[in-house]
Design a protein around this ligand. Structure first.
Ligand code: NAP
Ligand code: GLV
Length: 314
């Protein structure tokens, strides 16, 4: 429970999410606040908690002091021309997602390195083929994005014996991890990577970054894990590289169009594993605590972290 000096008004508007647990949760963590479910003729609030609100939401909320996104990625919100440019937009920072993302990426990397997919094929064909795993050193992993999720993922991979590298915009120092920065070092990063993990935000700089050229610079027999956004990946380039034997396969959690349309060729490529954008879903309790603490800080006039830099796009 977070006490705030005044009694702020908080409006909740999340398309596709059941409102009641969130409204009850907000009331629990902010007992001094008034919490409303959004309606077009509802009262103006001080803070908004949103996921994919309709464009008309913003016009009905003229005095917001901050908008809290119920996710780490803000690309969806930034796409709306109706989003006011002068109100701080705050994204989730880990909020319980990092352990889930680390688990997802580590299990995918281990499954690939241990050849479990091939054993599954053997099992379907009724073949008994004991397969010796290659050493972990044969599977250097490169994580694109060294943020709230990328760094814990890199650490978890390292703890599981994988050599790990990170690529970010600014130079980082992470114990036991080779760090590369900016486009000037991208080729070097790719040239040392066999399993590529995308944990970038979707911005004008990162859209289509996983294309024929980038993926083609990876070590031979590379593998892709995309948990960032679907628009990072050029779908046809991945399919062509897999067909050519240049890329061994991929695990994809995010897609250009979600749900992934039934006629998309990814469904028919056995070397692509598909999960429905659930590698790290928003965790309600940790999210509510994080948002409540930030509202309390703002009410005390203190700065908060996680405010999106509109020029960078994340
Ligand atoms: P974050 O803390 O903002 O970290 C973003 C990282 O990307 C930073 O290290 C940043 O570099 C780097 N980056 C951004 N633009 C770059 C560029 N042009 N070149 C090189 N590096 C760049 O974000 P996060 O919380 O880790 O989340 C990352 C993304 O994961 C989200 O935006 C979302 O798209 C995705 N996500 C997916 C799921 C899922 O279920 N699939 C769940 C949560 C999040 P600097 O550190 O130098 O700024
Ligand atoms: C999920 O994709 C998120 O951005 O939190």
């Amino acid at each position: 429970m977070t006490r705030v000096a005044r009694s702020p008004r908080v409006v909740f508007c999340a398309e596709g999410a059941p409102a009641d647990p969130w409204l009850r949760g907000l009331a629990d963590v902010l007992p001094d606040a008034t919490i409303d479910a959004w309606s077009a003729d509802g009262p103006p609030a001080d803070y908004a908690v949103v996921w994919s609100p309709p464009d008309r939401f913003y016009a009905t909320q003229p005095r917001l002091k901050a908008i809290f996104n119920l996710g780490a990625g803000v690309d969806g919100l930034l796409r709306s021309a109706a989003l006011p440019s002068d109100i701080p937009l705050v994204r989730l920072e880990d909020a319980g997602m990092a352990p889930l993302m680390a688990e997802y990426v580590v299990q995918t990397a281990v499954r690939h390195a241990r050849g479990l997919d091939r054993m599954e094929d053997d099992r379907r064909a009724g073949r008994w083929v004991p397969r010796r795993s290659a050493e972990r050193s044969a599977f250097p992993v490169g994580v694109m994005g060294a943020g709230a999720l990328g760094i814990p993922v890199a650490r978890a991979l390292g703890a599981n014996g994988f050599p790990v590298a990170l690529w970010s915009r600014a130079t980082k120092a992470v114990d036991g991890v080779r760090c590369f920065a900016d486009f000037g070092q991208l080729d070097d990063f790719l040239a040392t990577t066999r399993i590529l993990v995308c944990l970038l935000p979707l911005t004008s700089e990162t859209e289509d970054i996983l294309d024929r050229e980038t993926l083609g610079r990876l070590l031979p027999d590379a593998y892709l894990i995309n948990v960032g956004r679907g628009h990072h990946l050029v779908d046809d380039d991945l399919l062509a590289l897999i067909a050519a034997g240049r890329i061994a396969g991929a695990t994809l959690d995010v897609f250009r169009s979600e749900p992934l349309p039934g006629d998309h060729p990814f469904w028919r490529e056995p070397r692509i594993t598909i999960t429905p954008h659930c590698s790290a879903l928003t965790q309600r309790s940790a999210t509510l605590r994080q948002i409540a603490d930030k509202i309390a800080s703002l009410e005390r006039g203190e700065p908060i972290s996680g405010v999106v830099d509109r020029a960078r796009g994340y």
